[in-house]
Design a protein around this ligand. Structure first.
Ligand SMILES: *Cc1c(COP(=O)(O)O)cnc(C)c1O
Length: 353
């Protein structure tokens, strides 16, 4: 048995998946109780009257190429959120096992854990000087039963790209002990390669990627889990049988064609330039205490009066994320980089606040 499966819930290892209708595109389908006719206005490639391909091969091939990994390492799902949920359910026994998170961080890790009845061990990031991962503290607090560590890098909401050597040290120390999940939802905005380069060295490493941010497909819901083939096999048996809606697959395939990819890369460059400009401009305002360094498409900003900035933003027709309830972020707002015009309006609002 693959070492990573030794960490999974033993009761799931022989799970018989739902037997979904066979996928044989060369034959006409009288085996899935579908309607043989399309609904009005259905211009989709496969026809919305048909159940979709469970793990669409064409999409997996394109994603494998995009992320430079083998196809049998990929699971596609409805956003990275689905992968987070599947991982917690596959590895954590209710009321016995736990996950480790590094707050302030993305909220879905602890929500998924709570739904599964897994407890959450928190190892806070070291705010001084820049919300860095504390690997020694993580290893000190790790104990058997902590099945998954969720490492979000670049981290939401702080924007921190964690020190690569530190993440590598964490992976090396936990080999055979816990799954290390690196959530790279924002990696396209960072000047760093993906940790999926390490997959051959670390079978317990999982990398999460998404088309929601840099590829402008948040509404389509398409995320990818990259990991050990044996782990991917287990999760493919657990994921709901027709998880990927046909319109999502069509939209993702379109977004991965060369012209859309060229546009996406141009927009990433624009976001990076705007991130620098907004950071520099905000840092000069007296209401701004600190603009945290960001490797993502947003900025975490500490304000002398965050409430006033929030209100001024709303008056200017702009919503920014209030993160003040998160540990260590009592005076912070998270501001997504928008169009240059939106960014100008946001800066004006902060100036007026
Ligand atoms: C936005 C975000 C995601 C969600 O991605 P989906 O693919 O849209 O589910 C995952 N992780 C982090 C840290 C995010 O900020």
């Amino acid at each position: 048995m693959s070492s990573v499966l030794q960490l999974a819930r033993p009761d799931l290892l022989d799970l018989e998946p739902y037997a979904h209708a066979a996928w044989v595109p060369s034959l006409e389908r009288l085996h899935a109780n579908e309607s043989p006719w399309r609904t009005l206005g259905d211009n989709s490639a496969a026809g919305l009257n048909r159940y979709p391909e469970p793990q669409p091969r064409a999409l997996i091939a394109r994603l494998a190429e995009l992320y430079a990994v083998e196809q049998d390492r990929l699971l596609v799902g409805r956003g990275s959120d689905e992968a987070i949920d599947l991982l917690v359910r596959a590895f954590c026994r209710a009321e016995r096992d736990s996950v480790m998170i590094f707050p302030p961080t993305f909220g879905m890790y602890s929500v998924a854990a709570r739904i599964q009845g897994a407890s959450v061990v928190e190892v806070p990031l070291a705010a001084d000087p820049r919300f860095e991962l504390d690997v020694s503290a993580a290893l000190d607090q790790w104990r058997p039963g902590i099945k998954i560590l969720f490492v979000c890098s670049p981290n939401n909401p702080t924007g921190t790209l964690f020190d690569r050597a530190a993440v590598e040290r964490l992976c090396a120390a936990l080999a055979g002990k816990a799954l290390v999940v690196i959530d790279e939802a924002y990696i396209e905005f960072a000047a760093a390669p993906s940790c999926s380069q390490w997959l051959n060295r670390f079978p317990h490493l999982v990398v999460l990627r998404t088309l929601s941010k840099a590829f402008a497909l948040a509404g389509a819901r398409c995320g990818t889990l990259i990991g050990e083939p044996a782990l991917v096999q287990l999760l493919r048996r657990m994921i709901p049988p027709y998880a990927m809606p046909a319109p999502t697959v069509d939209a993702a395939l379109k977004a991965l064609e060369a012209p859309s990819r060229a546009i996406a890369h141009g927009r990433i460059d624009l976001v990076l330039a705007e991130r620098e400009r907004v950071a520099r401009t905000l840092a000069e305002l007296s209401i701004v205490r600190r603009v945290w360094p960001s490797a993502a498409n947003f900025l975490l900003v500490s304000f002398a009066d965050a409430e006033a900035v929030l209100r001024a933003g709303i008056a200017a027709g702009l919503l920014v994320r209030d993160v003040r309830r998160q540990p260590g972020l009592g005076d912070c707002l998270r501001i997504t980089i928008g169009t240059p015009e939106q960014n100008d309006r946001l800066i004006d609002a902060a100036r007026r606040a």
